[in-house]
Design a protein around this ligand. Structure first.
Ligand SMILES: Nc1ncnc2c1ncn2[C@@H]1O[C@H](COP(=O)(O)OP(=O)(O)OP(=O)(O)O)[C@@H](O)[C@H]1O
Length: 244
């Protein structure tokens, strides 16, 4: 049976630029299954990042509802929302968002400190997570000493170390070359599989499709199609499940 971790209903979001209002999400509904890598793809400006921000508790929708891990997300108080994000979610962004002054190990330890984890335990966990992304030998280096692919892997380790149920990923490969891009995609797939993490990724990188369990295509503020990858069930390619 599929367990749903995120269910959103009738999301609307518009932005005002000067006097012009643009409707970015127009009554979008979506359900995300647990322990899968779901990819949201679609043309530039169609609202992918806006949707991700709303589903992850970073941006309030104008209307509609988001149920995440059983919580009615946008009814939480600001403090409860902050706690929810700290305990249950991890983020990976296109620009890595690493602190220039911190080593790879310190970057990964940081959120564990916010969670109140004792230093020795946080250090051991951070080292184990860096090892998992193939960077144990790079733990003492600062971002300036790391390649783009390595920086993104540190960002993944930082998000993963606190073992979040939900991992939100925005354009993880757009700053990377083909080899590093593929490595990062493979890693996200591995995380969903091995850690049973729900990974929700927005990207227009077609390489991500083959690694995703499900691909949702967005256009004009709505989900146009919902494709399930049947690689896991032995079939070779994506097939159309249904469209909304
Ligand atoms: N804070 C904001 N204020 C005004 N307009 C915004 C804001 N955030 C997003 N938009 C607009 O909303 C639309 C959707 O943006 P969004 O970043 O969600 O698209 P996207 O599909 O992720 O695009 P891309 O693939 O290029 O990153 C765009 O037209 C963008 O300019």
């Amino acid at each position: 049976m599929t367990t749903l971790t995120i269910e959103a209903e009738a999301l609307h979001k518009s932005f005002l630029s000067g006097r012009v209002r643009s409707d970015v999400l127009r009554g979008l509904s979506i359900s995300i299954a647990a322990s899968e890598l779901t990819l949201i793809s679609g043309p530039s400006g169609c609202g992918k990042s806006t949707l991700l921000a709303i589903l992850s508790g970073l941006l309030r929708p104008d209307s509609g509802r988001v149920q995440a891990l059983g919580e009615d997300l946008w009814r939480l108080s600001p403090t409860a929302m902050e706690r929810f994000r700290l305990r249950h979610t991890g983020f990976v962004f296109q620009g890595f968002n690493l602190f220039p002054a911190l080593t790879a190990l310190e970057q990964v330890m940081l959120p564990l400190g916010y969670l109140g984890m004792p230093l020795a335990k946080a250090r051991a966990r951070a080292m184990a997570t860096l090892d998992e992304v193939g960077l144990s030998s790079r733990s003492r280096l600062r971002p300036i000493e790391l390649s783009g692919g390595e920086k993104q892997r540190v960002a993944i380790a930082r998000a993963l170390a606190k073992e979040p149920e939900l991992l939100f990923v925005d354009e993880p490969t757009s700053a990377l070359d083909a080899e590093n891009g593929t490595l990062v995609i493979d890693m996200l797939h591995h995380i969903a599989r091995i850690h049973a993490t729900t990974v929700l990724c927005v990207s227009h990188d077609p390489r991500l499709i083959a690694y995703s369990d499900r691909v949702l295509k967005m256009e004009d503020g709505k989900i146009l199609s919902d494709l399930r990858n049947s690689v896991l069930t032995g079939a070779p390619a994506l097939h159309e499940a249904h469209s909304k």
